[in-house]
Design a protein around this ligand. Sequence first.
Ligand SMILES: [Cu+2]
Length: 453
Amino acid sequence: MPAGASTIPITNLKAPATSAHMKQFTLTAENATVSFGSGINIPSWTFNGVEPGPTLRVQQGDLVVVNVVNHLSFGITIHWHGINIVNSADGVAGVTQDAIKPGQTYVYRFVTNDPGTYWYHSHQLADEETTGGLFGMLIVDPKTPTIHADVDYSVALHEWNTDNNQTVFTLNNTAQTLNEAARPGQWVRLRIAETSNTASTAPHLVTLLGAPFKVVSLDGHDLNAPQWLHETPLPIGTAQRYDLLFQMPAQGSVSLVTAEEKDNLHYQRYPSIVIGQGSVPAQLPPVTSWFDMTTYGQPAHSAITAQSHFDTSYSIALNNMMGTSLGRTGMTYTMNGKVFPNTGMIMVKEGQLVRIHLDNQSALYHPMHLHGHTFTVIAHNGQPLKGSPVYLDTVLVPPHSSYDIAFVANNPGIWMIHCHNFVHANWGMDMMLMYDNYSTPFNVGTQSGNFPD
Ligand SMILES: [Cu+2]
């Protein structure tokens, strides 16, 4: 909605200026050549010279103040993925701010009410900039712990494109093996985030060898009564997070290994993580049937179910076709047959219960992300979930399948709903969720220099 006398500019939606519980960070965007081991050095765009960027660790309820300094030669932003914060701090170029220009600084202020595992990344030319290294993890510890762990590690999965058109796949800062400490009997929480996308669009699969494990949360939200899993492959779509919990065995180590389509879904020795004393097993198991979040854990009460009364419902068909996007001709990724910015809007009023049907009519995977809200997954291919309630900010919609998601419109402003496959978002698969009485003073496009994807 254009700015007008009757609308509220989203820049009015601000976090408090101060708080008894405030955490401050400085993230400096700068060039650095980062070593991923074994002579693999990649010139990348970093925060504070490291890959991934510094892990920001805060407590639920903290006022987080992040000073961003841009020492790169192009505009950047930071989006705080999955945390429901005030709209003005959402970090989307052309929607909630102008891109931070070279030499400029910018301050993000937001309150972290949602405990769990999150991440941050540039939302200006996100395809190039996030893939090129402008990302890191953000962990919000709950006021009251829900899960006991003696040690807590996080790992970002990332695929890099090198100058000679090669792909390098890393876990944190290694393309080889990362060793982490843990003693026999200790409980380990391992937080896994996917920060890039595979060329095929199929998700990376991750699993643990050496100990049974539970998936205790998805996208930062705890699951109810998760069962033990044994070498179960976990499909992780771009931007999704899995928190795993396991106990170190009396002897030996626990390994995290990955597989993907281009390796015919065989687990690879590298990159890998070894927790405890030992190494990746000489024999890797076959990839078995994938983890299914729609049948995992036990049912529990959920405020929103398929039977809820919805104030408004939308259906979005996801597909791809040759076309034009931002003046370029090529494969475009469409929502209801249209390419951003012609995809229309989801209009809501504050307090409404909103249902969205995501209907993937294509042969590709689409990890669909809603900014500023946590949604409940209410159906997969029309069927209600059979296990734990699932609350996400990004749902991976497989080829030729559908998900129904629903959320309360409880965070006013203008928010993106888009595919988090960076290429798909860059070529059209974006839409806006708009609260009916808000407007933005910012613009997307060539004149403003703001390109959110
Ligand atoms: Cu997609």
